[in-house]
Design a protein around this ligand. Structure first.
Ligand code: HEC
Ligand code: HEC
Ligand code: HEC
Ligand code: HEC
Ligand code: HEC
Length: 252
């Protein structure tokens, strides 16, 4: 009963929103769920709220389905399947596709992996997107946490023992982070270059250093670490050349 009273209040609030002409296209799922603690675990809500997803209005419905315009629970929840239903968009085997509607690059790369084949075969003994990114948070694991995640399956004595995989993933991730930080430093320095032509030419070189970095991330999502290392080394070489040009103002 108490919960129903809450819903009525939320429906009224919804009408006010609509009369304002405000938030009509925004998802209402979260508003009601925040007003009904216990309808979902508190950690899931706060994870979502604090994430890039929450900030950029990637609403609950983008992963769960349902009708985000409605404050009427039966309408809002129409077509939402239990998460254990193999057809649910948040079932582990369907997550690559669900997340991949927005994150095409990671999806395409992940589809090349053995892990994806396992999921496709209905075998949940492989990682899916949320294994490394959290359910709603879009978290980026630290290199050490990533290593630990791989080790839950690839550590000695686990379901697919390959103790070399976790360490390799950590090293690769550390390398990627270092290269990304260097690229950021380079771009900050480029922004301070006064000569417009030189600035444009340096920015072009920065873009050329970024391409292999993006490809390295893709190789990571495909779990092909030889390719990742090769792309990372190309990026490093281009970054080194870029810093050399930045340090030498006479060169264009
Ligand atoms: C008016 C309030 C309200 C709105 C709007 C609402 N929900 Fe819910 N939702 C609830 C409550 C309360 C529950 C707890 C279960 C129950 O009693 O129905 C729930 C349950 C759920 C569940 C768990 C279902 C299960 O089988 O375990 C999911 C997932 C969910 N909602 C997602 C959404 C999404 C996505 C939207 C928007 C499209 C939405 N909700 C809109 C109140 C709401
Ligand atoms: C980026 C995708 C994504 C977004 C956005 C998202 N969820 Fe989820 N949600 C998931 C995944 C994945 C699970 C776990 C499914 C499983 O158990 O395998 C889940 C689980 C749940 C559950 C059941 C478990 C629990 O923690 O209670 C509910 C209820 C739920 N979500 C509601 C919501 C609501 C409400 C919102 C918006 C505030 C939301 N979700 C936003 C992906 C998402
Ligand atoms: C085994 C762990 C793992 C799995 C599984 C995984 N990722 Fe990632 N993902 C990472 C790591 C590590 C990075 C950071 C790489 C970097 O810094 O370049 C990342 C980066 C990202 C990024 C940000 C960079 C970009 O390319 O846009 C997105 C978005 C992303 N992943 C989405 C996904 C999606 C969608 C899936 C499922 C299809 C997925 N990931 C599966 C580990 C994983
Ligand atoms: C409706 C589109 C949409 C869906 C579906 C979606 N995301 Fe996102 N994702 C976004 C947006 C928008 C951002 C925020 C990007 C920003 O902050 O610039 C984001 C951010 C991320 C990031 C952080 C990227 C970074 O550069 O640090 C990761 C990781 C991520 N999402 C993973 C996932 C995973 C895993 C799923 C599925 C469970 C998912 N996303 C579902 C749109 C989506
Ligand atoms: C939930 C369990 C699980 C997690 C977590 C996991 N894997 Fe796997 N992985 C598997 C299984 C199962 C296989 C297939 C069996 C095998 O190759 O021994 C596999 C296969 C692989 C392969 C072989 C791919 C091929 O094409 O032959 C690589 C490489 C790999 N994993 C790397 C990683 C890395 C790196 C991580 C962490 C970022 C990771 N895995 C996380 C379960 C997992």
């Amino acid at each position: 009963m108490v919960r129903h009273a809450g819903w009525v209040a939320m429906v009224v609030a919804g009408v006010l929103f609509a009369a304002d002409g405000f938030a009509q296209t925004q998802s209402r799922c979260a508003d009601c769920h925040f007003a009904n603690p216990g309808s979902v675990s508190a950690s899931h809500l706060s994870e979502w709220d604090l994430s890039g997803h929450g900030r950029k209005n990637v609403g609950c419905e983008t992963c769960h389905g349902g009708d985000p315009r409605s404050f009427e629970p039966f309408v809002a929840h129409k077509d939402i399947l239990a998460r254990t239903n193999p057809a649910s968009p948040v079932h582990p085997t369907n997550l690559p596709k669900t997340c991949g509607t927005c994150h095409t690059g990671p999806l395409v790369a992940f589809q090349r992996s053995k892990h994806y084949e396992l999921l496709r075969a209905g075998n949940k003994n492989g990682p899916t997107c949320t294994t490394c990114h959290g359910e709603a948070a879009g978290t980026r694991l630290s290199p050490k946490a990533l290593e630990g995640q791989c080790a839950t399956c690839h550590g000695a004595g686990k379901i697919a023992p390959h103790p070399e995989f976790p360490a390799r993933a950590r090293l690769a991730d550390e390398g990627l982070r270092e290269a990304r930080a260097l690229l950021k430093d380079a771009r900050n320095a480029i922004a301070r270059v006064k000569d417009a032509a030189r600035r444009a030419s340096l920015e072009q070189a920065a873009q050329q250093a970024e391409v292999p970095l993006i490809e390295a991330t893709q190789a990571g999502h495909a779990f092909v670490y030889d390719q990742l290392d090769e792309r990372l080394n190309t990026a490093r070489a281009r970054l080194a050349a870029l810093f050399e040009r930045l340090a030498n103002p006479d060169a264009r």
